[in-house]
Design a protein around this ligand. Structure first.
Ligand code: UD1
Length: 422
């Protein structure tokens, strides 16, 4: 079994690049099925979730070529609107294909993976949006079919913000006659990136990044090129790694306005942040201060995906910090694993109290989910001794060769395989 071996207690320093955003590239690749032509998509990270999405596209009849970090997706021919269960099981966010496929092929049939590692993740808002357009849905809790018999542009009011439901609604409405209005849309930068990609292909989407999005239906989308935005969550992981090791890092390829919601707790910990064109330098103090309270929220709130890695950094801050998880109901599964390093954290329901400790020791731990796994890496970087982190397939979903990136800035990290030693 593969694992990461980390010799901790090393101060990180130097320069590190951030790859393209996972949460942008996945909906963009789903959006590619709307185009009868070629999409040249630059800055695509090499992640397992992206590979799963490429397999889905190939299954649907698309041709996909990879040239470095550029994907060339030809969707001239889409031969089916069905995605088999084993492909759907590999990645929860494959639900994003529903709106795009129903729109392109007239009928999409997918399977739903059940609950998940961070919460139930229902899809009721996705379905309500499609129904509001007039798509016919047949859903038995596992199988889901969506048919476009006479769907029309419509006004949808979401009761709260959902990134995936907003994206599905956009993808399902690009070709609908008339003007669609999405009220209370999620405002995450990845939604704007999806809209920019679709607009570059001829779509007419206005207001992405605000809570009211308007989509004027068009008849066709054309071949296009697009560059995926930098991954703000990966950038925030590097910030936590710098903070916990009292390091000094120049993080390149960042968008400051996308990353700004994560700045407040880092300032409160005493980190100095210097913004320059497309880069961010973080200089951590020799002792981190506690952060009174951090509440996760929809953009521009503090991202739930950065919560676990921030918690890791706070585990060595002086004093007690509080974290409130407002987005997902089961997003503290990393806490028992962090405690194995000597961290002092109490989590109850959606609130965690982190009492800073003076030092951490090495541990053998298991990743429970993607961002929780990244938090274990951050924790191990500051722990004295050699730690082993297992179940790293979770990390590979969202970080491209994390060991190579971190080794470049001084971390003692290697990917190993238990079988190699035996
Ligand atoms: C996306 C991100 C994920 C991030 C999350 C919140 C991708 C591929 N994933 O996930 O990394 O953590 O946004 O920023 O972009 N909800 C419902 N009904 C629905 C849909 C959502 O109740 O139909 C709830 C969810 O359970 C959650 C909240 O809405 O409590 C927000 O979830 P949502 O924004 O939809 O997250 P995802 O799009 O799944």
């Amino acid at each position: 079994m593969e694992y990461l071996e980390i010799k901790g207690n090393t101060r990180l320093g130097g320069e590190i690049d951030v790859h393209g955003a996972k949460n942008s590239v996945l909906p963009i690749l789903a959006g590619a099925v709307l185009i009868k032509g070629e999409s040249v998509i630059h800055n695509c990270p090499d992640l397992s979730d992206v590979r799963v999405t490429i397999n889905i596209l190939r299954h649907l009849g698309a041709k996909v070529k990879k040239e470095g970090s550029t994907l060339i997706v030809n969707t001239e021919k889409i031969t089916t609107g069905n995605i088999p269960e084993e492909m759907m099981q590999e990645m929860r966010s494959s639900i994003i294909f529903l709106g795009a496929l129903a729109s392109r092929t007239g009928r999409a049939c997918l399977f739903l993976p059940g609950g998940c590692d961070i919460g139930l993740r229902p899809i009721d808002l996705h379905l309500k949006a499609l129904e509001a357009f007039g798509y016919e849905l047949d859903f038995d809790g596992v199988n889901i079919c969506c048919e476009n018999n006479n769907a029309k542009a419509s006004k949808i009011v979401f009761p709260f913000e959902s990134v995936g439901a907003t994206e599905n609604a956009i993808l399902a409405s690009v070709f609908l006659k008339g003007t669609t209005t999405i009220i209370n849309a999620a405002r995450e930068p990845e939604i704007e990136d999806l809209a920019d990609y679709l607009n570059s292909a001829g779509a007419k989407i206005r207001g992405a990044s605000t809570s009211v999005i308007e989509i004027e239906g068009v008849e066709k989308l054309f071949s296009t090129q697009h560059t995926v935005i930098p991954d703000r969550i990966v950038a925030s992981t590097y910030m936590s790694a710098a903070a916990i090791t009292f390091g000094d890092l120049l993080i390149r390829n960042v968008n400051h306005s996308h990353l700004a919601p994560v700045f407040p707790p880092f300032y409160e910990m005493g980190c100095e942040l210097y913004l320059a064109h497309n880069s961010l330098r973080i200089k951590a103090p020799s002792e981190l201060r506690r952060v009174k309270i951090t509440k996760t929220g929809a953009f521009p709130g503090f991202p739930t995906d950065s919560q676990a890695t921030l918690m890791a950094a706070l585990s060595v801050a002086r004093g007690s910090s509080v974290i409130k998880e407002n987005i997902f109901e089961n997003r503290f599964r990393h806490v028992p694993e962090l405690i194995k390093f000597g961290a002092d954290i109490t989590a109850l329901s959606r609130v965690a109290v982190v009492h800073g400790v003076k030092s951490l020791h090495s541990a053998k731990v298991n990743c429970t989910d993607l961002r929780g796994g990244a938090a274990l890496v951050v924790e191990a970087l500051a722990a004295q001794g050699t730690s082993k982190i297992y179940n790293i397939h979770h990390i590979d979903r969202g970080y491209e060769c994390i060991e190579k990136s971190l080794a470049q800035i001084g971390a003692g990290i290697t990917r190993k395989n238990d079988e190699e030693g035996s």
